[in-house]
Design a protein around this ligand. Structure first.
Ligand SMILES: [Fe+2]
Ligand SMILES: [Fe+2]
Length: 506
């Protein structure tokens, strides 16, 4: 007996990977999210292919959701699908990279995908999957989660699970021969050397990475932490309260992550020039790399700072920690791509002044998880989602295909980061009986300075759950710190606006 199904993708979309992340969201408010994994398994000696025939050729492509029974894939098909919750029920660990086998049950992490049972008798939620239609029109439908109330669901994210950390190794500045701040020789791609003794838990990694000033090592540690997390090699992902106390020790949390470069106030980083000249593009990519470096720290900081956070006596679930570790991984990828690109363009990260405006917003919201998510992830990161397409258009106009490609990767990821912010903002509001739209507007009013500026990327914001009622006609009344005000007063006019959220390429 199965329930309603939702159309997820075309069958052809499932041929690039063998497992996929599937993020579903209710259309009701506050939104409820469910992260699932979709597995495509080829029958023995089969290669992936689109079925050419079906027992029932009916099509429901126009339907967002169907309670009817889509036709099952034909027996002639060589592909089978299974779907289950992303998180392992007994370890609280992600299953995206776990070894899963249908028949060969040999260890405690092996789960029967058909019935959700495991060798240890544990069960997890599995979802029925059906393929409907034929040939190139075939589509994949997944049973929607069964939760209290009658909810309509939508697909928020569908992407292949990469086996690799999808970025090039970060460049080592030490490997560059510099002359007057410019590299004089082709850089070698040296990986940062990891410390001999590595952390055993996600929280320990978060503290170590936040205390690491070298951005290359920060990226390498982030990659290592996430890889170990997915491989089930960490002792904990969600820390116990005792662990939080132990890891913080006498030092506690750093107010601000250390930097190798001295930051100047926002508005003092100089003008980038106009017209998409190479110099202005380098300065813009440099400013973006600076933001990405802070974004790595912001993702680890939300894990470390709010590790013991409770809502109505309930601690944050393990999914919270998985989600933000994934964001940290993406941000490290972004920093690596941008720093490599800067070298290709004859510069390097550190060649120009940077500011710490984003961290000021983080400090201002250090005492409230709702405020932190609202200002950093639903204002600042959403601003990036607004600006990226405009930046990409200018890069394209300047025939800078490689920088455009990098911005495209970043943009797709950033939408998912805003989605993550929306997921956990909604989760807390749901637990507290708050209206997320009203609460978000209140948070912005109390913790942000000035108008939320457009133009807004309405379409991509909506993908992330930010409908216009969240952000239309919204103004913050937060008073900036005195020193920031002074910096803006002297720092050069208009750029003081929201440049610290996202740099512009004029
Ligand atoms: Fe990013
Ligand atoms: Fe981000």
């Amino acid at each position: 007996m199965t329930g309603k199904h939702i159309e997820v993708c075309s069958l052809q979309d499932t041929l690039s990977h063998t497992r996929y992340f599937l993020n579903l969201r209710t259309k009701s408010t506050p939104a409820i999210y469910r992260r699932l994994l979709l597995f495509r398994i080829n029958k023995p000696s089969a290669s992936p292919q689109v079925p050419q025939e079906s027992s029932n050729g009916s099509s429901h492509h126009e339907q967002a959701e169907s309670s009817s029974s889509p036709s099952p894939i034909s027996d002639a098909s060589l592909t089978e699908f299974y779907c289950m919750e992303e998180t392992c029920p007994h370890l609280g660990a992600p299953l995206s990279h776990a070894e899963l086998e249908i028949d060969d049950i040999e260890n405690t992490r092996t789960i029967d995908l058909r019935g959700g049972t495991s060798a240890t008798g544990l069960s997890t939620c599995t979802y029925n999957v059906r393929v409907e239609g034929t040939g190139s029109d075939a589509t994949v439908w997944v049973e929607t989660p069964s939760i209290e109330g009658d909810h309509a669901w939508e697909v928020v994210e569908f992407r292949g699970v990469s086996e690799e950390f999808a970025d090039p190794p970060p460049l080592s500045l030490q490997s560059l021969e510099l002359h007057d701040g410019q590299p004089t020789s082709a850089p070698s791609q040296t990986q940062a050397e990891l410390p001999g003794e590595l952390p055993k838990t996600l929280l320990e990694f978060a503290h170590l990475i936040l205390a690491t000033s070298d951005p290359i090592l920060k990226c390498a540690l982030t990659r290592e932490a996430v890889t170990r997390m997915r491989a089930g090699k960490l002792r904990s992902i969600r820390p116990s309260l005792a662990e939080v106390k132990r890891v913080r020790g006498d030092v506690g949390l750093l107010d601000e992550p250390p930097r190798e470069q001295v930051a100047v106030p926002p508005g003092r980083t100089g003008k980038r020039g106009k017209g998409g000249s190479e110099k202005s593009r380098i300065l813009m990519l440099h400013a973006l790399a600076n933001i990405e470096q802070y974004a790595i720290d912001l993702a680890w900081d939300i894990i470390a700072r709010f590790a013991e956070f409770e809502v109505e006596g309930e601690r944050l679930p393990v999914d919270f920690f998985l989600d933000w570790a994934k964001v940290a991984e993406d941000e490290a990828k972004h920093y690596s791509l941008l720093s490599k690109r800067l070298v290709e363009m004859g510069s390097y990260f550190g060649a120009h002044t940077v500011h710490a405006g984003l961290w000021e917003s983080a400090s201002d919201t250090a005492d409230s998880l709702l405020s932190r998510i609202a200002i950093i992830h639903l204002v600042a990161e959403a601003r990036g989602v607004d600006m990226n397409p405009l930046t990409m258009a200018k890069l394209r106009a300047a025939d800078d295909a490689e920088s455009t490609r990098i911005l495209e990767i970043i943009h797709a990821d950033e939408i998912t980061h805003v989605t993550t912010g929306h997921r956990w903002f909604s989760w807390i509001c749901n637990k507290r009986g708050l209206d997320p739209v009203q609460q978000f507007r209140l948070e912005v009013s109390n913790n942000f300075h000035g108008d939320l500026k457009g133009p807004f990327n309405v379409e991509d914001r909506a993908k992330a759950g930010l409908t216009p009622d969240f952000y239309t006609d919204l103004r913050g009344h937060h008073q900036r710190r005195e020193d920031r005000q002074a910096a803006y007063a002297h720092g050069g006019g208009k750029s003081g606006g929201d440049e610290h959220l996202h740099p512009r390429l004029t």
